[in-house]
Write a protein that binds this ligand. Structure first.
Ligand SMILES: Cc1cc2nc3c(=O)[nH]c(=O)nc-3n(C[C@H](O)[C@H](O)[C@H](O)COP(=O)(O)OP(=O)(O)OC[C@H]3O[C@@H](n4cnc5c(N)ncnc54)[C@H](O)[C@@H]3O)c2cc1C
Length: 277
């Protein structure tokens, strides 16, 4: 933990696979015990910071005969070994922040398991809930700054002359405020002064990611024709970066559609969608 806190060591999250994203329990990466080591074979995808990761926490199928959610364990795997190959994927911003990771006979020690063997599903759900919750607590501070920049930009470009733009900016400002209040409500729930933090984390996540996408689109209208400048050797400005990077926010940490399903089924008690066993 001290090396993580000091940012001396990077960790990647190896959950998603081709064919196992929203339907994570369909994952096929497998780990088999060989003496005092696990041997891992399979592929992960969209691993953020994978190219810099020293270690990964990886969901692996450790009991192929158990029901889908049962035979999964979370293993800690060192990346710097012959059985692990990391291939960066170029993203919409031009960077290569996330990666494909291939495990071919990769090895880790038998004790490198988080929680119990075959009980990794609960560990992963806890990790994702925390990810949704904690990343949003202070997010509104950054987003409020972005809205101020959008307003300045729209004034400079003359876009504020248009009533539709003024409505867009008022909506962006109001939604940034709602994000702040959602963050405060979530913090109260985490501190035990409100009901069910997971529900507030889902609400905050789905609202913030959808609103931030809308803000990115409004920011492009605020900039006007300059927003369309892109190309080799051109450094995207901050608003363009927000527009492009916000596209991913409704996907990672659980897509909006999945959050809507979770909220409607578990919180509102609406009928469940059909699921595979
Ligand atoms: C920037 C970024 C960083 C990421 N970082 C990581 C990481 O570090 N580690 C990691 O493991 N993963 C990471 N991911 C992967 C992310 O968790 C998955 O992309 C996400 O879970 C969706 O899975 P998928 O891409 O396979 O899409 P799919 O699950 O194939 O979904 C495709 C579309 O179908 C919809 N859909 C799917 N099922 C349902 C349903 N039952 N009802 C209604 N709609 C449905 C989805 O909402 C989506 O719109 C990252 C993704 C992004 C974009």
């Amino acid at each position: 933990m001290p090396r993580i806190l000091a940012v001396d060591e990077f960790w990647g999250q190896g959950f998603s696979e081709p064919g196992a994203g929203s339907d994570l329990a369909g994952l096929r990466t497998k780990a088999v015990l060989d003496g005092d080591e696990w041997v891992i074979d399979g592929q992960k995808v969209w691993t953020s910071a994978g190219a810099r990761a020293d270690w990964m926490y990886v969901l692996c199928r450790t009991d192929p005969d158990a029901p889908r959610h049962k035979g999964i364990s979370m293993l800690l795997i060192p990346v710097d070994q012959p059985g692990v190959e990391v291939r960066p994927i170029k993203n919409i911003l031009g960077g290569a922040e996330f990666c494909e990771v291939f495990f071919t006979g990769a090895r880790t020690s038998v004790d490198m398991v988080v929680g119990e063997v075959n009980a990794g599903w609960g560990v992963a759900m806890g990790a994702l809930g925390t990810e949704r919750g904690t990343t949003l607590l202070a997010e509104h501070l950054r987003i409020a700054g972005e809205v101020r920049q959008m307003i300045d930009e729209a004034r400079t470009s003359g876009a504020t002359e248009r009533a539709v733009m003024r409505a867009d900016l008022a909506r962006a400002w109001s939604e940034a405020k709602i994000m702040e209040w959602n963050g405060l409500r979530l913090m109260s729930a985490i501190k035990g002064r409100g009901p069910n933090p997971e529900v507030h984390a889902s609400i905050a996540k789905v609202f913030a990611s959808e609103a931030h996408r809308r803000m990115g689109e409004a920011a492009m209208r605020a900039e006007g024709s300059r927003s369309e400048l892109v190309g080799e050797g051109y450094g995207l400005d901050r608003l363009q970066q927000i527009f492009l990077s916000s596209r991913a926010e409704t996907i990672y940490g659980g897509t909006s559609q999945i959050q809507y399903n979770v909220l409607s089924e578990r919180t509102l008690g609406l009928p469940r969608e059909p699921r595979r066993a």
